[in-house]
Write a protein that binds this ligand. Structure first.
Ligand code: MG
Length: 460
């Protein structure tokens, strides 16, 4: 029997319910077998986030790898991008990696991310191959004389060296006051130190690692960063930055204490990196500001389905210079094949330093776009039917309109867009609208809601 273990990213579940030591050990042994057979690879780097269940899962994962004959390089608590980077760069002959992380999901849950020898996360076909081995019990245990060994490693140290190399060290006069909220997560070990070494004045929030997340939940969204915004204002800081639990995403607060959307940060970095003919990749839901930036630089935007795996896949396929998601995950493919909270922070500081401007001044140089998100209740079995019905209706009623069917249905207008897209994690259907003015965005979301509700009513 073949079942499904992998979700949108890696394997996730409730600790000690789905993610038991038995399960984690078995899946790690399966991954070890896969590495042995496909790549003749055996050196696996292991890291974890600071969740209460991470130690239990880590030791189970290590046992499973050892029993497959893999040698394990145990890196303890460290950000996701540090594992991914060390594997990609083949530092100390690491062949592959496993990260134990619940990222931003609720605190009773956790997850496993697997990294291939090229540094890319396991996804798509590879997930199926691993599931086939798991459910078919088609894996071997090493004989007594081939069981692996455990070594200690420090992926965080390797990662810090890269960040320092990519960053700009500033003099005392150019030092910024930075408030860093690492959200009790894995970047607490890395980012405050890096920012200080780059010459800045750093004040930390929630920088003690704690799987109970007492200061704030690990998702760095606007409501969870109220405190950071207040502190940036109260201390008159130059910038605030926040990370998710495993440090692959970062969100910024400008010098006025305003929350900056990930779309905006992605656009600023793309604008800095893009040269004529360059390609930048982003999901279907991000702001049209990136089209403005690409046009300005003589480059091109490729839109993908929502999710980091799709963005990374399209980056590699099209040899893109940069990719990003609106949730604060940016990808710098020459350095790391996954979302990079740390590099994004270092890159933004480099841009501020070169332009000698505040973040709010840089943002003000770009046209403003207004985005509104809505959701309606919709059962899973109706979702694809609803998407098809909306598509048919648009094609009949607005047959000259540009439509994108990459993920749901996106309708383009001259001054905005509307996207209809089912959620596959909750019983809801999402509607997004963006316009060049707030009133246009409201009109478009109104239009979207009306169509979605009318079509849904015909189906139920
Ligand atoms: Mg994360």
């Amino acid at each position: 029997m073949v079942g499904k273990l992998f979700g949108t990213t890696g394997i996730r579940g409730t600790a000690n319910d789905f993610l038991t030591p038995e399960f984690c050990s078995k899946i790690a042994c399966v991954f070890g077998n896969y590495l042995n057979e496909k790549f003749n690879a055996k050196n696996v780097l292991v890291g974890m986030d600071p969740r209460t269940s991470s130690d239990m899962i880590r030791t189970a994962v290590i046992s499973g790898l050892l029993s497959a004959g893999c040698d394990v390089y145990d890196s303890g608590i460290t950000p996701v991008p540090s594992i991914q980077y060390a594997v990609k760069e083949k530092i100390y002959k690491f062949d592959a990696g496993i990260m134990i992380t619940g990222s931003h999901i609720p605190i009773d849950r956790n997850g496993l991310k697997f990294f291939m020898p090229d540094g890319n996360e396991v996804y798509g076909k590879t997930e199926e191959e691993i599931e086939n081995i798991y459910f078919g019990n088609k894996f071997k245990r090493a004989s007594w004389n081939e069981i692996g060994k455990i070594y200690t490693a420090d992926a965080g140290k390797i990662y810090k060296e890269m960040l320092l190399k990519e960053g700009v060290k500033v003099s005392k006069e150019d030092a910024l006051t930075i408030i860093v909220d690492t959200g009790h997560g894995a970047q607490s070990n890395v980012m405050p130190q890096i920012l200080r070494e780059l010459g800045h004045k750093v004040i930390t929030l929630n920088a003690q690692m704690d799987g109970f997340f007492p200061g704030r939940p690990s998702e760095p969204d606007k409501k969870n960063l109220e405190n950071l915004m207040k502190v940036v204002r109260a201390l008159n800081a130059d910038i605030g930055m926040a990370f998710d639990g495993d440090g692959d995403r970062s969100i910024f607060i400008d010098d006025k204490g305003e929350y900056v959307m990930g779309d905006m940060v992605g656009a600023i970095i793309a604008d800095y990196l893009m040269r004529k003919g360059d390609i930048v990749v982003t999901g279907i839901t991000t702001s049209a500001i990136i089209e403005y930036v690409a046009e300005k630089n003589g480059g091109r935007v490729i839109r993908t389905k929502v999710g980091a795996a799709d963005v990374v896949g399209a980056i590699m396929k099209n040899n893109a210079v940069f990719g990003f998601e609106e949730n604060g995950g940016s990808i710098f493919p020459t350095l790391n094949l996954g979302r990079e909270g740390g590099l994004t922070a270092v890159q933004i500081l480099k841009i501020l330093h070169e332009k000698k401007k505040d973040l709010s001044e840089i943002i003000a140089e770009y046209p403003k776009f207004y985005q509104i998100k809505e959701k309606i209740q919709c059962r899973d079995e109706l979702k694809n039917k609803l998407t098809a019905a909306i598509k048919d209706r648009i094609k009949i009623e607005m047959n000259n309109t540009k439509i994108d069917e990459t993920d749901g249905v996106k309708i383009y207008f001259s001054d905005g867009w509307v996207l209809f897209r089912p959620s596959w994690t909750e019983p809801i259907y999402r509607i997004f609208a963006e316009g060049k003015t707030e009133s246009r965005a409201k009109e478009l979301i109104e239009f979207g809601r009306k169509i979605a509700n009318e079509e849904l009513n015909k189906l139920v």
